[in-house]
Design a protein around this ligand. Structure first.
Ligand code: PLP
Length: 247
């Protein structure tokens, strides 16, 4: 399992592929490259995380055959079943959903990354339960910049304290921030929310944390996120199609 910088693990699709999965992957990579060019950034520094929740192992396998290696999941039981069915592939799994205390052991044992840390208690459990034979769990703190009380993520004011506490845990390696701003079609509002996340990220770095990961942007707003500095975009619908059950 590769736990180096996410940006180095994300290679473009291997041979040009004309399957539906290959065509969708190429279309998303083209959007990513276009946004990177507009931002004056190298596309190579932006990782594409394929969010496979609600889609089965066969859909993941199809995308993996086109060169995609990094996959994101929101539900532990669903993810473990897919991982078992895909054990023959060199995939890197990211947990991106809400985390219940009784699921931390499975997450610590079966994922390389967790993007959705928003409480110290959960971080402490993940650190304590990370198996000694594995590299530290690569983690992002989820920040709530939309102020929606119902949503996950730590309030910006609590970020410095949580960041310091998480960075001190031996089983974890703090890599950066993740955010899911309130959905909007207004690209100015999209950019304003992502800019706020990037400013919080920059602030955390000035406090002495060596961070390199800004996980933000999804199918509907990945361009705005890249323009504001995203280093990982998490894309589900644009790669797999519409989800038929709520997730
Ligand atoms: C479902 C999900 C995504 C992907 O969303 P799409 O709009 O389908 O691209 C990204 N991040 C998180 C945390 C998700 O739950």
């Amino acid at each position: 399992m590769d736990n180096g910088p996410a940006t180095r693990k994300l290679e473009p699709g291997t041979p040009p592929d004309h399957s539906p999965a290959g065509a969708r992957l190429q279309a998303v990579q083209a959007r990513l490259a276009q946004a990177a060019a507009e931002a004056g950034r190298s596309a190579a520094e932006i990782g594409l995380l394929a969010v496979s929740k609600t889609f089965g192992a066969a859909a993941v396998r199809d995308l993996a055959a086109c060169g995609q290696r990094e996959f994101g999941e929101n539900y532990v039981q669903e993810a473990l079943e897919k991982q078992a069915a895909l054990r023959d592939l060199p995939l890197v799994w990211h947990f991106i959903g809400p985390i219940q205390s009784n699921k931390t052991r499975a997450i610590a044992e079966h994922f390389s990354w967790v993007h959705s840390i928003d409480r110290l208690k959960i971080a402490e459990r993940l650190s304590a339960q990370r198996p000694a034979g594995l590299p530290p769990l690569q983690v992002c703190i989820e920040v709530n910049v939309s102020g929606e009380a119902s949503k996950g993520g730590v309030a910006p004011a609590e970020l410095p304290a949580l960041g310091a506490a998480v960075a001190a845990l031996p089983g974890l390696r703090l890599r950066g921030l993740m955010a899911i701003p309130a959905p909007t079609l207004d690209s100015v509002a999209q950019r304003a929310a992502f800019r706020q996340v990037r400013e919080l990220f920059d602030d955390l770095k000035t406090r002495g944390h060596a961070l390199d990961t800004l996980s933000m942007g999804m199918s509907g707003d990945l361009e705005a996120a890249i323009l504001e500095g995203a280093t990982i975009v998490r894309v589900g619908t644009a790669l797999f199609g519409e989800r038929t059950r709520y997730a």
